[in-house]
Design a protein around this ligand. Structure first.
Ligand SMILES: [Zn+2]
Ligand SMILES: [Zn+2]
Length: 958
């Protein structure tokens, strides 16, 4: 090792070399042989969009930091990567790219197109993940669209169906008319906008009828606004009036007590509906009377169920009005709304319109307003599992803790079961057939899955173990395969089971997972569904801990989005500053909180690594020796390498050696280092990455580079040959090496490329420090080493306190040099430090050599008692801008006099009298510019420093 081999600048372009090396050497492979404790991460399977964004960078940086930290901690880490492939966005993209609609080609063809696109996108994202240095074990990759994964999803369906936790039913579902599919509540996004609240008059009807229908009362003619007997309702959805099945009012609302239980007529469509009482009605909203239609919103569903009202279906799956909408049939919802309002106006039933704020549920994918339709769908019986979910959640460690309430609130607000069927193609098929004769449902059997029931008929295995066509109880062998497919959350919600190899028997070796890292935006979906499913399928919680990360905001403070134009692509940052700098940005945040992107943070991280590199490069000259050179070491010098191993097992002995040989400043920084290791360990354990990076950066930059290295240079370059100087030199070398090596380990989870790059110089060459020269210490990656052990015996608060004062004192005098434009290596002839208290004197005395050596002070004295200094005037010049205007013609006389006497005399007269009388002209200090100088007791020119908050004065003679 020669210093020439270490490049002058750290080159982040080398990151790719490390990435390749890790792949080639399987550095991050999960071993699974049980020799080390296992640590399983339930990594999120992202949707293969084709590129990773800053949100991914943040989330995966957290995961990778944990994985690398745990490996250093001795765990066998399973960091898999999955891909959650199915779903609408890919279908939409395929439709766009091929300019087709899903039904233009066969289901199989369409599916193949989706598979192709997904494969391409996975490849792109995988490469991006590698350029970030993420350390997944790619041999454990899983892809939800593969037959293998589909089999698991279908198996989980069969199991839950068997246990009555999945059922088919007719229920209102959230429906996107554009995507033409049911969607789950978790996929409904709410958006507020303005709309009109329409006040519509419903006329009263007679209570009796003729047996065929209701008869109108004649007292309430069409054009009257008289409400007597009728009711005024307020609605934002007049287009649904044809599906009005009732009017509800609050039972305590006296305005309506007369009409309660009576019937009113719905304008335009003309059906008679009853006025019913319900305490849920807010008497203060609108008129206090609300029409119930099937279905305007979730509340309508509740009322229809509660009061056993009819269901009218006015909207078809494409969002067009049906026959039930009468004259509006065939219109879309918007047209129908406008036409209805026009018609209400001309019928005289629209009393007024009022602008109001509205919260509209939209499809998460296409932003089309959601409708509630009644459909035959497949459901997971969430309501049966609520208690199980809560129990599992309380048994999971949430980080941060408060995020758990998001899950619990969601569970408590759960009114409907989870609708898991989708009317799409690219998804896991529902493994079910219907008998074409009797309509009976037939569920696939184990030997058939994975299966697409639209492509194959059901079979059974007979007693001779032959596969034969299945015959329905009714004798029919004609089946229709279920065309509906499963919600993609049915795939991804078994991720921790899939990682563990479920349903193979030994899955419990890797289940529950140790950690689930995920964003707070998918607590209601991914976290909720996973807990629900693993509880239902195994009776167990899915993971021990969950760690929630925030979202990334743009530099403008808004969530990154294409439409805002504030998106920063990770690749742009990596090319310019490297993945490690981007990872430093990600680490400087706290789980659960949203994180703003800031180029300044990236640049700071970039600069930090270069600062550390430079320090390392400088130190390398001292801690590594030229191979040839090391041969020439004397035995005595080789023995000194006992300092080498900070982690010697016999630490009592080591501590003794260290305590004997380390100098006060070494003890100061070694104590600080041990504290940092303690803090970093605690912080990694609690996912507090910001504390790790901030404390490490400040330690390296300030304590180590600015203070310690500067203060030990004189020891490293010492030419003294006495025992004391040699010991001191080796103690400094030991300390430098220990710090670099330890800090690299602390930084490895955050900046793995940098850590391995620097560490390669430690591991791949003969170390001057190696006790055993035959030892093969070629280590592939710093990750194959151990997390630094804390030596508590070397944590010494007193040493830290004293060292802190010493480095501050050195910094003070260094600042003096730089302020005085003196090069730092300029010698100072004499420095005297006056201490106001004895204790400080004593604690700093042991740093006398360091202060002297670092600052090149020829004569350094520590003194107690008062500093004696005198101010001496060294130059006096008349202030002409004052003398001229004031004394005018007399000025000449004054100047002449001032020139005739000595500086000392002028000073003397002024000090004694405060003025000089020159033939009646009175001269004071303000007429003169005086330059003073401070001189010490010796009378030589001296400069005094009086550092703030310190009990000392520094007297410097240049
Ligand atoms: Zn949609
Ligand atoms: Zn049948």
């Amino acid at each position: 090792m020669t210093k020439k081999e270490i490049p002058k600048e750290y080159d982040h372009k080398k990151e790719v070399i490390w990435q390749k090396k890790w792949q080639d050497k399987n550095t991050h492979k999960f071993i699974g042989d049980g020799t080390r404790p296992r640590y399983v991460i339930d990594t999120p399977p992202p949707y293969p969009t084709g590129s990773i964004h800053m949100g991914h960078v943040l989330n995966w940086s957290y995961i990778d930091m944990v994985a690398r930290y745990k490996r250093l901690r001795g765990y066998d880490v399973l960091f898999p990567q999955g891909w959650d492939c199915h779903g609408l966005p890919t279908e939409v993209k395929v439709e766009e790219t091929h300019n087709i609609k899903k039904n233009d080609v066969s289901r199989l063809e369409f599916r193949d197109m989706c598979v192709d696109l997904t494969k391409t996108n996975i490849k792109l994202m995988k490469n991006q993940m590698k350029t970030m240095g993420f350390s997944q074990d790619w041999s454990m990759e899983y892809i939800t669209m593969t037959p293998e994964y589909m089999k698991r999803t279908q198996y989980s369906f069969l199991k839950m169906y068997e246990e009555g936790l999945i059922y088919q039913g007719i229920h209102p579902v959230n429906w996107c008319p554009r995507c033409e599919t049911a969607i789950a509540f978790a996929e409904v996004e709410y958006n507020s906008n303005k709309t009109y609240l329409n006040y519509v008059k419903f006329r009263a009807l007679a209570e009796t009828d003729d047996g065929y229908g209701v008869v109108k009362t004649d007292k309430d003619d069409k054009n009257s606004s008289n409400m007597e007997g009728g009711v005024l309702i307020a609605t934002t959805r007049p287009e649904l009036m044809s599906a009005c099945v009732g009017v509800v009012v609050n039972p305590k609302d006296e305005r309506y007590s007369d009409i309660l239980g009576k019937k009113v007529e719905v304008p335009l469509s003309g059906q008679a509906v009853e006025v019913i009482a319900d305490e849920e009605v807010d008497p203060n909203f609108g008129t206090g009377a609300v029409m119930v239609c099937t279905f305007g919103d979730k509340t309508d569903v509740t009322w229809v169920n509660k009061h056993n009202l009819d269901i009218i279906e006015p909207i078809d799956p494409q969002g067009k009005m049906t026959k039930s909408a009468g004259r509006y049939e065939g219109m879309d919802l918007k047209e129908c709304k406008l036409q209805t309002i026009d018609d209400l106006k001309s019928e005289g039933c629209l009393i007024k319109q009022e602008e109001v704020d509205q919260n509209v549920g939209q499809c998460w994918r296409c932003k089309t307003p959601i409708e509630i339709l009644v459909k035959k769908q497949w459901f997971v019986a969430v309501n049966k599992l609520v208690d199980d979910i809560k129990e599992a959640s309380s048994d999971i460690k949430w980080n941060p803790k408060h995020m758990e309430s998001r899950l619990l609130n969601w569970v408590d607000s759960m009114e409907w079961d989870w609708c898991i069927s989708r009317q799409r193609i690219f998804a896991t098929p529902i493994p079910v057939w219907y008998c074409k004769e009797c309509g009976k449902v037939h569920v696939a059997q184990l030997h058939e899955i994975p299966i697409d029931p639209t492509q194959k008929s059901p079979t059974i295995i007979d007693s001779k173990k032959q596969e034969k066509p299945y015959i329905c109880e009714c004798g029919s062998s004609n089946f229709r395969g279920e065309e509906d497919v499963l919600d993609t959350w049915m795939d991804s919600s078994i991720s921790p089971l899939s990682i563990a190899g479920w349903p193979k028997e030994d899955y419990s070796e890797k289940f529950p997972a140790d950690l689930r890292p995920q964003g707070h935006d998918i607590i209601r979906t991914w976290a909720f569904y996973t807990i629900l499913r693993t509880k239902a399928l195994t009776g167990l919680k899915p993971f021990e801990e969950i760690e929630i990360n925030g979202m990334v905001f743009g530099e403008d403070g808004y969530k990154m989005s294409k439409s805002r134009g504030n998106v920063i692509a990770p690749d742009d940052v990596i090319i310019k500053y490297g993945a490690d700098a981007l990872r430093i940005w990600a680490s400087n945040s706290v789980p659960g909180s949203d994180v703003p992107f800031d180029w300044n943070d990236i640049k700071y991280g970039y600069k930090f690594l270069r600062k550390f590199w430079n320090a390392f490069r400088f130190i390398s000259i001292h801690i590594f020796n030229d191979k040839n050179d090391s041969e020439k070491k004397t035995d005595d010098e080789i023995n000194r390498t006992v300092f080498n191993d900070f982690n010697l097992k016999n630490s009592g002995n080591l501590t003794e050696i260290l305590n004997n040989h380390l100098q006060p400043l070494d003890k100061w920084i070694i104590s600080k280092l041990n504290n940092i290791v303690n803090l970093a360990s605690e912080s990694f354990e609690s996912y507090n990455f910001a504390t790790v990076i901030n404390s490490t950066q400040s330690f390296v930059w300030h304590d180590f580079c600015d203070d310690y290295i500067e203060a030990v240079k004189y020891r490293l370059y010492s030419k003294e040959t006495d025992e004391k100087a040699i010991n001191s030199k080796y103690a400094a070398k030991y300390t430098l090496k220990t710090i670099i090596e330890t800090v690299l380990k602390l930084l490895n989870p955050i900046t793995p490329h940098f850590a391995d790059e620097v560490y390669s110089y430690f591991s791949n060459e003969t170390l001057y420090w190696a006790l055993d020269k035959t030892l093969d210490n070629k280590i592939e990656s710093i990750e194959n080493t151990d997390w630094p052990k804390v030596n508590n015996d070397l944590i010494d608060l007193k040493a830290e306190e004293e060292g802190f004062k010493a480095v501050n004192l050195i910094a003070e005098i260094r600042r003096f040099k730089s302020n005085s434009k003196l090069p730092l290596n300029t010698p100072l002839s004499e420095v005297n430090i006056y201490f106001k208290n004895e204790q400080l004197f004593k604690s700093l005395e042991k740093f006398k050599d360091d202060i002297k050596g670092t600052l090149k002070i020829n004569n350094l004295n520590f003194k107690t008692g008062k500093l004696e200094i005198i101010e001496k005037v060294v130059e006096i010049t008349p202030a002409m801008d004052k003398i001229g205007p004031e004394f005018k013609g007399e000025a000449g006389k004054i100047l002449k006099y001032l020139n005739s006497i000595s500086i000392e005399k002028i000073d003397n007269i002024l000090s004694n009298n405060g003025k000089i009388d020159i033939e009646g002209n009175i001269i004071t200090n303000e007429h003169l510019n005086m330059k003073k100088e401070v001189v010490g007791s010796s009378g030589k020119k001296v400069e005094i420093l009086n550092p703030e908050n310190s009990d000392l004065l520094i007297e410097i003679y240049r």
